[in-house]
Ligand binder design. Structure first.
Ligand code: SF4
Ligand code: SF4
Ligand code: SF4
Length: 205
């Protein structure tokens, strides 16, 4: 995690709420899309654990009021995630296509981004409060895209011989991954919490 990671959450509130008055703020989402598509082919879901404003919001703000329950396994399934990805992307494309050529196209497209940001943030906050902070991140379309683009990149390495099975890593993982159970963890968001908490240096990037 970067030093600025805990402070990025405010950006998502500025875009989601401020954007209702200043739709141009919605274009901030394009920066997010660009960062995701530039980073994920090399570092998988690193963006999610280090730079995503919504990830920061749920990790550092919503986690304080979260019930911290188990995230249902179904939500992680690509059978659920891919339809959600295509539905949301298709809906956004459909709305933008309907706007092009009309008056104030620039502001209206900005408002499409703002409403997408607001709706998905509201879902993330609700799920984060009642389930687990990173529940939304288990099936967020942008997380799914990063997994597909670079799920095998920058993997977390586990040295079994050093492990004393203290379970501290599994307990701290915001994505609720079974860190020692499988070789590949395409949904690891590279936050580094497990590495930092391991008393035996059994985990490394
Ligand atoms: S899964 Fe989506 S909301 Fe969560 S950190 Fe990644 S991009 Fe952000
Ligand atoms: S496995 Fe480690 S680095 Fe990956 S999400 Fe979990 S705690 Fe973060
Ligand atoms: S924190 Fe380290 S020593 Fe403890 S269970 Fe995880 S890998 Fe093993």
């Amino acid at each position: 995690m970067l030093k600025i990671t805990p402070y990025l959450g405010g950006l998502v509130l500025i875009v989601s709420i401020g954007g209702l008055w200043y739709p141009v703020l919605g274009y901030f989402m394009l920066l997010i899309f660009a960062a995701i598509f530039l980073i994920s082919p090399f570092r998988g879901r690193w963006f999610c654990g280090n730079l995503c404003p919504r990830g920061s919001l749920v990790d550092f703000w919503i986690s304080k009021i979260s019930k911290k329950k188990k995230i249902p396994v179904t939500l992680r399934s690509l059978w659920v995630r891919l339809p959600i990805f295509f539905l949301l992307m298709g809906f956004m494309g459909y709305r933008i296509a309907g706007i092009i050529g009309s008056l104030n196209t620039f502001e209206k497209i900005g408002m499409v981004f703002v409403t997408m940001c607001l709706v998905t943030t509201a879902i993330a906050v609700l799920l984060g409060s009642y389930l687990s902070p990173r529940a939304w991140c288990s099936f967020c379309p942008m997380g799914t895209a990063q997994r597909l683009l670079g799920g095998k990149r920058y993997p977390l390495k586990f040295t079994k011989e050093k492990c004393i099975n203290c379970n501290k890593c599994d307990k701290i993982c915001p994505m609720q991954l079974k860190i020692r159970e499988s070789e590949t963890k395409p949904d690891c968001i590279k936050c580094g919490r497990c590495v930092a908490v391991c008393p035996k240096d059994a985990l490394q990037f």
